[in-house]
Design a protein around this ligand. Sequence first.
Ligand code: H2B
Length: 100
Amino acid sequence: MSTFNRAPLNEEAVQQALVRLDGWTFENDAIHRTFLFSTFREAMSFMVRVGFEAEALDHHPELTNVYNRVRVSLNTHDADNKVTELDAELARRINHFSWI
Ligand code: H2B
């Protein structure tokens, strides 16, 4: 179990976190980023990699795939579907390993 805070962040705190999260935006109580790959295979590999990180953090994203595109949306169900520090942490980790 991770030690990251599952308390909802207010909008200002979310915007603050986004300053250091390249490519992520805040919309409808979630943070989102779309990753565009060269191939479907790469998109699938990325999704599996996200899955491992999600399991490590015990925190699970919404993933939408269409061919070579993957959209990642993050919020915390246990925090009434608001953005928390845990979402920011998963986004940080995804940015870290993303090769896009
Ligand atoms: N993922 C997300 N996105 N939000 C949660 O609140 C959440 C989760 N809760 N993954 C976790 C699992 C919880 O159900 C387990 C029991 O820790």
